[in-house]
Design a binder for this molecule. Structure first.
Ligand code: CMC
Length: 437
């Protein structure tokens, strides 16, 4: 809606500046006002116009996006309009990746060609292997992943040509294809085991498991139920609209840099414990509780504010996180293969008690995606440092779909927030020799 049409339809906000007595009419569209419209509100020509202060973007939309929809109150998550429950049950990770990137589901021919392309780009240049081998024996796999994704930009210098659709496409294919190779090699590195090359006869997730766990056998064929469970976990993590790492990808991508550099920034953001690390904290918590008998006293401690029930609560979801429900089922499927984890019983009992307790009900605290995912990863025998790498592999199509949307969005500009300057001004500089004399 144009600003004039907004005025006619009463879709406006009237602001009275009490400093001057002036009134302004500002258009409302999609439940937002344009921050730039506030700049006309000023006390004099010399003063800068009014701006908003919003650390952490808690009430600021940074873009328009058609990738992912979330209704946190109702517990709804949709990729390109399709409910996450249906995708997890009936689709697979590569089809979901296609959907996120292209905006619609593939035809048979499109799907086959997508899978073929991804499969045949799983190998990395041999020098990437040498580069990764140069890391210290105890390097964190997320640090290795971040550096090696960024390094890919030097192997594909043409990736900087982001205005060419064919070029964008091939870099997207390469990144989705190579992420499991890099993630698996980072895992093998920490274990001092040889890096395993991709097996292109296997599907995406089965090949990833092969690169992680294969030793001397001809072919590593993981149990189908485990392959399916990990594939579902990748689907659940594939996008989550404007979270911290996606915002990092968009922010760096807004400089028009190549997509490898933008995604490396996303991996860096995901590395932070406030973003990718909560499932590890859940495992630590369950271990500390130790047995079901200790749950009531633990819950009392949470209610008294001594600690948090990790894996519960969410900034956006004020209802059961739809991903948590699916993960709970996937955990059961995995434990059928691997044998149960005694921590599962504690988790189930904890959830039951918390969901009935007034403290949690009143605050709308429900299990989130991290409550059960760590238990599954542990059943696969992943060390905690790998949990975030798995998240990054799953999130790669989402980061790339958002990047693609960004670079084609005519309204986007280089991300460059304002600041409120609080430091000193116009000091006189005295040269060091005089200051130290
Ligand atoms: N255990 C106990 N109390 C909680 C919890 C919790 N896990 N989460 C929130 N509360 C209480 C909080 O103390 C506050 O109570 P009061 O109103 O009496 O002060 C109220 O609920 C609102 O909490 P908040 O901190 O204002 O909520 P937030 O939206 O800022 O925080 C959160 C969201 C996820 C950081 C928080 O719920 C939390 O710390 N959860 C545990 C950590 C966790 O599981 N993180 C993973 C999030 S999902 C990952 C993803 O989607 O990427």
């Amino acid at each position: 809606m144009s600003d004039d049409a907004a005025t006619q339809a009463n879709q406006t906000l009237t602001v009275r500046d009490n400093r001057t007595g002036n009134e302004y009419e500002i258009a409302i569209a999609d439940g937002t006002i344009k921050a730039a419209d506030l700049a006309q509100i000023r006390t004099s020509e010399e003063e800068p116009g009014l701006a908003t202060y919003d650390p952490g973007f808690v009430n600021t939309a940074s873009c328009k996006s058609a990738v992912t929809f979330i209704d946190g109150d109702k517990g709804i998550l949709e990729y390109r309009g399709y409910p996450i429950e249906q995708l997890a049950e009936k689709s697979n990770f590569l089809e979901v990746a296609y959907l996120l990137i292209h905006g619609e589901l593939p035809s048979k021919q499109q799907y086959d060609s997508w899978v073929h392309e991804i499969t045949y780009h799983t190998f990395v240049h041999e020098n990437v292997k040498g580069f990764m081998q140069g890391f210290r024996y105890d390097a964190h796999p997320m640090g290795m992943l971040m550096a090696s994704v960024g390094a890919l930009s030097t192997f594909y210098p043409e990736s900087g040509n982001i205005s060419d659709p064919d070029n964008r496409h091939i870099q997207i294919v390469r990144m989705i294809a190579k992420m499991p190779t890099l993630g698996a090699w980072a895992f093998r590195h920490a274990q001092g085991k040889p890096y395993i090359y991709p097996d292109n006869e296997l599907g995406y997730t089965a090949n990833f498991l092969s690169m992680l766990f294969k030793m001397s056998e001809q072919r590593f064929e993981a149990d189908e139920r485990l392959v399916k469970a990990l594939d579902v976990l990748f689907i659940l993590h594939a996008d989550h609209e404007q979270n911290a790492s996606t915002n990092a990808v968009r922010s760096v991508g807004s400089t028009q840099v190549d997509p490898y550099s933008a995604v490396a920034a996303g991996v860096g953001a995901l590395f932070g414990p406030l973003h990718g690390g909560a499932n590890e904290a859940v495992l630590r918590m369950l271990r500390r509780i130790g047995s079901k008998e200790n749950i009531p006293s633990f819950i009392e401690g949470v209610k008294n504010g001594n600690e948090r029930l990790m894996g519960f609560g969410h900034r956006v979801y004020k209802n059961y996180d739809p991903r948590a429900k699916i993960i709970k089922q996937a955990a059961m499927d995995v434990f059928e293969v691997t044998g149960t984890n005694p921590l599962l019983d504690i988790a189930l009992e904890l959830e039951k008690i918390a969901l009935e307790d007034e403290y949690f009900v009143k605050r709308k605290l429900y299990p989130n995606v991290d409550f059960y995912s760590g238990l599954i990863y542990e059943a696969f025998q992943f060390p905690p440092e790998m949990f975030t790498v798995l998240f990054a592999i799953g999130r790669t199509p989402g980061w790339l779909a958002q990047w693609l949307e960004l670079v084609q969005d005519k309204e986007q500009k280089i991300a460059r927030p304002k600041q409120i300057y609080t430091g000193p001004r116009t000091l006189d500089f005295t040269p060091a020799a005089q200051r130290w004399a």
